[in-house]
Design a protein around this ligand. Structure first.
Ligand code: ADP
Ligand code: ZN
Length: 722
């Protein structure tokens, strides 16, 4: 009898031993189904001796049920699972779940039924709804629910049309292959700088060895076209490429450019994929037939059969950090994956994370630079508007110089972009009569008014409700006042100042899906928008040649609060949004509104002194023992019972490790002391490089005895400090 140890996909169970029934053959990495009590569980056969667990007597072992017909999880990926769990203090099973993220891929049917119009067919009786459906469904194919969404009629109406033979079912293989990308479909002429960088990267792909690169290129330098060359080389070698993007909203732009370059679309991976698409992608990736995969951070854990290159675009973006479950940073894990897979990895950015820049400057990463914009476009001129001198009027947020800037662009038929990192109309609503402030009952947060959807909403727990007519506290009618601006309010202000201007709000509320993002891009490119008012969503990736003015409504916003990376993030956001201006033939201008023109980060932005900023910030980090010189971690305890969490945190505080190279702050109520109805207490841990941070955390947590309702979140290298 042979005994195998499984990593089962259940964090509470971890490792379990089974025996092999005769006729079943497995190897390390095999995905298997095993009996567990009256049910079954999915597991991965693990390498002998690498998973701790209790030895069960051979007579008690149950036999594996079956081996799932997918390729075994490769050794490099198994090592990545182990590393990620270890580094982020997460259960192995939770990391393995991210690998086996398509339940459908592990079984289930191989075909599905989709529907499409039968050309020329008409129903016996035409109704307005049927007419709309027939009109809107030309050229479409999908399951009924999707067709209902496209046409805006109910699935009932569509079913009627199916019965009448106007819409027909088609059987499609879920696992049909993806169209092939052609490495030489359309190669653009590269600039000398691009060529130099591309050659280095192509060579690295040919070498089939681990090498990390920082591609540090100014906004508009053509980083995408440049890293497409090593992508092409990987294609020629028959190897797979993973391109990570920070936001789905950016995918659209990438897809277009990819298709122009390679003649076919890449395979996408993100949270809004249908389950049949997930299955198709997962299987093609694991079999090696998917060539180039573009995705959000979760694509990092897919079971690539034959990976040849990883690219992380906009690598400084904080959305690469996952803030729940396994709290990993896809930028850092991608470097580890490349190391285990023995392939090059490219971190591309115009405003690299300080940690990445430090690695490049110290020679750990190879630094590749694109110092100027492609095609001779100039970087924009940046000017500060001192809000203490140019005060906007009451209830206004745009100072006169910025208003004039917009006016000039409107007259010239050019576009402006106003950046404010606040969704909705106003961040705070209060009652003029009694001073009541609208607060979320579940979170330590104000409710944000959204005028477009006429709701008050909590940006933390998603609670939403209509804006009341009268104050719930004092009952006074029509007494609510909006305090402070959000993007919608800025859009209103522009509309009042320039009634003829076509203003568009661009946030995750308005550009939430790939389709809506595509619509927005098409509109902006067709010059059907004069002024874009947007959040951080519009700071990166977009390339609108007619956009010549960028206005930063409140550069000080990001500097408030106790975030360790506030200065760096402000620098990155403003530099990125500034990078949207003047990308075409017309020069761009950036106007930054601030109350603190003397603040180091603001002054550096105005002077275009990137090196100066990074140097100063590096010194500040060194003094504070912050990354990359020291490390931070956070532990958040949360419970629905405030007393319980306070007591647990206090008890845990008493057992804190006493070490020279580890400083532990707390416990204290977290800045978000209440989140989704859970009370939260926080420890912040600052460790010198000499400390083994993970071991310290694990040893400390292992001896705690938490009550059942307690949740313990460990965040290594935290980005969010709420
Ligand atoms: P970045 O990502 O570095 O900000 P982009 O990759 O968006 O810059 O490039 C800026 C613009 O220049 C894009 O419209 C891109 O298509 C164009 N571009 C870059 N390199 C080339 C090239 N070699 N040939 C033609 N167009 C290019
Ligand atoms: Zn809330």
């Amino acid at each position: 009898m042979k005994r195998v140890r499984l990593l089962v996909l259940n964090a509470a169970l971890g490792a379990l031993d089974y025996k092999l029934a005769t006729g079943i053959a497995v190897e390390a990495g095999s995905v298997v189904i095993a009996p567990l009590g009256p049910r079954t569980v999915i597991g991965v056969v693990w390498d002998e001796g690498r998973l701790p667990g209790t030895e069960v007597d051979a007579s008690k072992l149950r036999a594996l049920r079956e081996v799932v017909s997918v390729p075994p999880i490769s050794a490099p990926l198994r090592r990545l699972i182990e590393w990620t769990a270890e580094y982020y203090c997460a259960p192995l099973a939770s990391v393995a779940r991210m690998v086996l993220s398509s339940g459908g891929a592990l079984g289930g049917p191989t075909t599905t039924t989709e529907y499409r119009l039968v050309e020329g067919a008409v129903p016996e009786r035409m109704t307005p709804q049927r007419e709309t459906a027939i009109d809107l469904l030309k050229g479409e194919q999908g399951i009924l629910r999707e067709l209902a969404e496209i046409s805006g009629v109910s699935t009932g109406v569509l079913r009627g049309l199916v019965n009448q033979g106007v819409i027909e079912p088609v059987t499609v293989a879920i696992d049909r292959p993806y169209p092939a990308a052609n490495a030489d479909f359309h190669q653009p002429a590269l600039s000398d700088d691009q060529m130099r960088v591309a050659r280095t990267l192509v060579k690295a792909v040919e070498k089939r060895a681990f090498e990390p690169f920082l591609l540090d290129g100014v906004t508009g330098s053509g980083k995408t076209e440049t890293y497409f060359e090593p992508v092409a080389e990987a294609l020629r070698m028959g190897r797979q490429v993973l391109v990570l993007l920070p936001e789905i909203a950016l995918t659209e732009n990438f897809l277009t450019r990819f298709e122009q370059r390679f003649g076919a679309a890449p395979v996408q991976w993100h949270s809004s994929l249908k389950s049949s698409e997930r299955r198709r992608a997962w299987r093609a990736i694991s079999e090696g037939s998917a060539q180039v995969i573009v995705g959000a951070r979760s694509a990092l854990f897919l079971p690539y059969a034959n990976l040849g290159l990883i690219v992380v675009d906009e690598a400084h973006e904080i959305s690469f950090k996952q803030d729940d479950g396994v709290r990993y940073n896809a930028r850092d894990v991608s470097v580890m994956r490349a190391r285990f897979e023995k392939v090059p990895v490219v971190l591309a950015s115009a405003t690299p994370a300080l940690e990445s820049l430090h690695m490049a400057n110290s020679g750990t990463y190879t630094k590749l630079e694109l110092p100027s914009r492609f095609g001779g476009a100039q970087l924009p001129k940046i000017k500060l508007i001192d809000l203490t001198l140019h005060k906007p009027g009451a209830g206004r947020w745009l100072a006169q110089p910025l208003v004039e800037g917009i006016e000039v662009r409107l007259e010239a038929g050019e576009q402006s972009l106003l950046f404010l990192n606040r969704r909705g109309y106003a961040p705070l609503t209060l009652c003029r009569n009694c001073g009541h402030r609208f607060q979320c009952p579940n979170c330590s947060a104000w409710l944000v008014e959204h005028r477009l959807s006429r709701r008050l909403s909590c940006h933390h727990c998603g609670l939403e409700g209509p804006v009341p007519e009268s104050c719930p506290e004092c009952g006074e009618a029509d007494c609510l006042v909006a305090c402070g601006p959000g993007v919608e309010r800025i859009a209103d202000e522009v509309g009042e100042l320039f009634p003829d201007a076509r203003v568009e709000v661009a946030t995750s509320d308005t550009l939430g899906s790939p389709e809506r993002a595509a619509e927005f891009i098409a509109k902006a490119e067709a010059k059907a928008i004069d002024v874009i008012v947007g959040t951080q969503l519009v700071t990166k990736g977009f390339h609108f040649p007619e956009l010549t003015l960028v206005g930063v409504v409140d550069a000080d916003l990001g500097l408030e609060g106790g975030d360790l990376r506030a200065a760096e993030r402000t620098y990155q956001q403003v530099a990125q949004v500034a990078g949207r201006a003047g990308r075409g033939s017309k020069p761009g201008e950036v106007l930054i509104q601030t109350r603190h023109p003397e603040a180091a980060v603001i002054a550096a932005l105005a002077d275009g002194d990137r090196d100066g900023f990074y140097e100063a910030e590096t010194e500040a980090r060194r003094d504070a023992g912050a990354p990359p010189f020291g490390r931070w971690a956070a532990i958040i305890l949360s419970s629905e019972d405030e007393r319980e969490v306070r007591d647990s945190a206090t008890r845990m505080g008493h057992s804190r490790p006493q070490l020279d190279d580890v400083m532990i702050l707390g416990p204290a109520p977290a800045p978000m002391a209440l989140l989704r109805n859970r009370y939260r207490y926080r420890f912040l841990i600052n460790a010198r490089r000499s400390a083994n941070l993970q071991a310290v955390l694990r040893d400390w947590l292992d001896v705690q005895d938490f009550p059942p309702g307690m949740r313990v979140g460990v965040d290594v290298d935290p980005y969010s400090f709420v």
